[in-house]
Design a protein around this ligand. Structure first.
Ligand code: GLC
Ligand code: MG
Length: 574
C-alpha cells in the first residue's frame, strides 16, 4: 500500500497535471479566414472540411492554435461577422458534424481551435432581432431602440452618430416604429449590453462552443460593445466633430467618445473571462483563452489584461506595430513601438505580436515585399505569442480588385473614388497552395474572390522547395522558438542608428540569440560588441534571408556585422 502511494506520488510529481497550464504563453497562433483557406466541395468558397484536410500543413509550419473568422449561420452581409444563429454552422462552411470532425482531428495533431465571438451585434436575421423588432416582451430590450427626435415636424435619428461602414448609425424599423443602433452595417444591429439578459445569453454562447471543444475565442470589435449611458430622459449626446474631415458620412468625421472604449467594456471582458475559468473547471484539460480585438489607446488595452482583482483577456491584440509602422518607419520607430508594449504591460502578463489580419493591408504591400522576412523574424524573436494571418508565411500580397468586383461592405457602402482606401477584399483572396487551378484552393470554375495572379510563384508547394523562401524561413523561426532562450529569456530591443533594429534574447547558461535587421537599403556594419556589453566575440548565423551573402552556421565577429540592403538575420553566441 505504502509502496503504491509512493509510486503514486512520484508519478504525480512527474506528471503534476495532465493539463498544460500556460501553453499559450509561447504559442504560435495562426488566423484562418475560412472563406479563403481551402474549398473542399467545389463551390468556390472555403469550408470546414477544407481546413480539416489542411491541418497537417499547420503542423508542418509549427502552429499551436488557430483562430477561425466566423463560421456561424449568416446571411454574409459582412462575410460572417453578421451572425444569424450563434450556435450553428453556416451551410457554406459545412455542418456541426464537420465542426466536430475538425476539432477531433485538430486534437489528434495537438492544434487548438479558437473561434471568433462577435458580441457587439448579431445579424438582423437573427431570431432575437426578429422578436425584438416585433416587440416580444422577452426580446424587446435585446437591442438598442429609440423613437428618435422630431425637429421641425420631421423625425430624425436620436444622435449624430456615424457607423464604421459609413452613414447613420441608426436605421428606422417600420414594424417597431423606432430606430435601432448599428455601429457597423444596418444588417448588424447592436445588442444592448445594459440588459443583463443579453449578457447571460452571450455567456451561454461561449459555454456552448467551449463544450463543443473550442479552446477559446477571439472577441470581435470589443471597443464598440457599449455606448455611453442614456440620460434620465433616455437620450444620448451627439459626438463632436473631427476637424479636417469634411465628408459627413465618413466614420472619421466624428470623435467616437460616446460610442467606443466605454469603461463597461473592460468589465464585460472580465465577465467573459469568468466564464472561461468556469469552463476550465467544468471541462478540465488545458487553459482556454481569450483574445480581444481593440484598436484602442495603450492604457485602455493594458486594462484588458486584468486589474489585479479580475482576470481579463490573456491576449489583447497588440496592434502597435501593425497600426503605426509604415514603409518609411526607421529602426528607432520600430524599437519605440516594441518598447511601448513590453514596458507598459502589467507584471506577469504575456506579450503578443500582430502584423496582419483580414482587415489590414498585407505586410508585403504595406511595408514592401523585401521586408516580409524581417517582420517574420521580429515577431518570432520577441517574447510571448506570435500571431500570423494566413498567407503571411508565404509572402502573399494585396490583390487588386476592381470597384465592379468589390464585395466588402465597408467598401461597397462608399463609392468608386474611395473604395480602395476602405476595401478589405485584397487581403482576403484565396490561399495559395500550389500552381494548379485556382492555386489549389478550389476546383470551382470561379472563386468568391479572385486568386492572385502571382500564385505560380507564391505558393506552398513551390516555397517548400526553395531553401530561403519566406515559408522556409518562417519554419526555421518556428523551430528556433523551441529554444529555452526564446521561451523564457530576457529581451533587449534597440536601434543602432536609423536603419538597424536589434533584438537580443538571453538566458543564463544558454545561448543568446540576436536578430539583426537592416530596414533600409544602405549597406551597414554594426558593432554588437558595444551595443551589448559582454557578448561573445564571435557569433554564428542561425537564420539568414535571401539578401544575405552569409550562410547558416557561418561565423562573424560581433564588432563588425555586415548587413546588405534589407538583410535580416538571427545570430547566436557560440
Ligand atoms: C471586426 C472584424 C471585421 C468586422 C467588424 C464588424 O473589426 O475584424 O472584419 O467587419 O468587426 O464585426
Ligand atoms: Mg466550399
Amino acid at each position: 500500500m505504502v509502496k503504491f502511494l509512493v509510486l503514486g506520488c512520484l508519478l504525480a510529481l512527474a506528471l503534476p497535471t495532465l493539463a498544460e497550464v500556460g501553453w499559450w504563453k509561447t504559442a504560435q497562433l495562426y488566423q484562418i479566414y475560412p472563406r479563403s483557406y481551402k474549398d473542399s466541395d467545389g463551390d468556390g468558397v472555403g469550408d470546414l472540411n477544407g481546413i480539416t484536410e489542411q491541418l497537417p500543413y499547420l503542423k508542418e509550419i509549427g502552429i499551436t492554435a488557430t483562430w477561425l473568422s466566423p463560421i456561424f449561420t449568416s446571411p454574409m452581409a459582412d462575410f460572417g461577422y453578421d451572425v444569424a444563429d450563434l450556435k450553428n454552422i453556416d451551410p457554406i462552411f459545412g455542418t456541426m458534424e464537420d465542426f466536430e470532425k475538425l476539432v477531433a482531428r485538430a486534437k489528434e495533431l495537438d492544434i487548438k481551435i479558437i473561434l471568433d465571438f462577435v458580441p457587439n451585434h448579431t445579424s438582423d436575421e437573427c431570431d432575437w432581432f426578429i422578436r425584438s423588432a416585433a416587440g416580444e416582451e422577452e426580446y424587446k430590450d435585446f437591442y438598442v431602440w429609440h423613437t428618435g427626435k422630431v425637429v421641425n415636424g420631421i423625425r430624425q435619428p436620436p444622435t449624430n452618430w456615424i457607423s464604421v461602414f459609413r452613414g447613420q448609425m441608426w436605421t428606422w424599423n417600420e414594424q417597431r416604429q423606432a430606430y435601432y443602433l448599428h455601429q457597423f452595417h444596418a444588417k448588424q444591429p447592436d445588442l444592448n449590453y445594459r440588459n443583463p439578459q443579453v449578457v447571460e445569453a452571450m455567456k451561454d454562447v461561449l459555454r456552448f462552443w467551449l463544450r463543443k471543444g473550442a479552446y477559446g475565442f477571439r472577441i470581435d470589435a470589443v471597443p464598440h460593445v457599449f455606448e455611453v449611458s442614456a440620460d434620465a430622459d433616455g437620450n444620448w449626446p451627439d459626438e463632436p466633430r473631427n476637424e479636417g474631415v469634411d465628408d459627413p458620412e465618413d466614420y472619421s468625421y466624428l470623435q467616437h467618445i460616446y460610442t467606443t472604449n466605454q469603461p463597461e467594456t473592460i468589465e464585460l471582458v472580465y465577465a467573459f473571462r469568468d466564464v472561461i475559468e468556469e469552463m476550465d473547471r467544468e471541462l478540465g484539460g488545458d487553459d482556454r483563452i481569450l483574445l480581444t480585438e481593440a484598436y484602442s489607446p495603450l492604457e485602455v488595452l493594458m486594462q484588458y489584461y486584468g486589474n489585479g482583482t479580475h482576470l481579463g483577456s490573456q491576449i489583447p491584440f497588440n496592434f502597435e506595430l501593425l497600426a503605426n509602422i509604415n514603409y518609411y518607419s526607421d529602426a528607432y520607430h520600430y524599437s519605440e513601438l516594441i518598447h511601448n508594449w513590453l514596458d507598459n504591460m502589467p507584471e506577469g502578463q504575456t506579450a503578443n505580436w500582430v502584423f496582419g489580419n483580414h482587415d489590414q493591408s498585407r505586410i508585403g504591400t504595406r511595408l514592401g515585399a523585401d521586408r516580409i522576412d524581417s517582420v517574420n523574424i521580429i515577431k518570432s524573436i520577441l517574447p510571448g505569442i506570435d500571431i500570423t494571418y494566413q498567407g503571411e508565411e508565404l509572402g502573399m500580397t494585396n490583390v487588386f480588385i476592381s470597384w465592379e468586383d468589390t464585395v466588402d461592405p465597408q467598401a461597397c457602402q462608399s463609392n468608386e473614388e474611395e473604395f480602395e482606401r476602405l476595401t478589405r477584399d485584397p487581403v482576403r483572396t484565396p490561399f495559395q497552395w500550389s500552381d494548379e487551378q485556382n492555386a489549389g484552393f478550389s476546383n470551382a470554375s470561379s472563386t468568391w474572390l479572385p486568386v492572385s495572379s502571382d500564385y505560380k510563384l507564391v505558393n506552398v508547394k513551390r516555397e517548400r522547395g526553395i531553401a530561403l523562401s519566406h515559408l522556409n524561413i518562417f519554419k526555421q523561426l518556428r523551430t528556433l522558438r523551441d529554444e529555452p532562450t526564446l521561451k523564457q529569456g530576457d529581451t533587449t530591443v534597440t536601434a543602432i542608428g536609423p536603419n538597424v533594429l536589434v533584438i537580443k534574447r538571453s538566458l543564463a547558461g544558454q545561448k543568446s540569440y540576436i536578430a539583426v535587421i537592416n530596414i533600409n537599403d544602405d549597406v551597414e556594419t554594426v558593432d554588437l560588441d558595444s551595443a551589448f556589453t559582454s557578448i561573445s566575440t564571435q557569433l554564428q548565423y542561425v537564420v539568414v534571408n535571401d539578401k544575405s551573402v552569409r550562410r547558416k552556421n557561418d561565423l562573424t565577429f560581433a564588432n563588425s556585422v555586415l548587413l546588405l540592403p534589407k538583410e535580416a538575420v538571427v545570430l547566436s553566441t557560440v
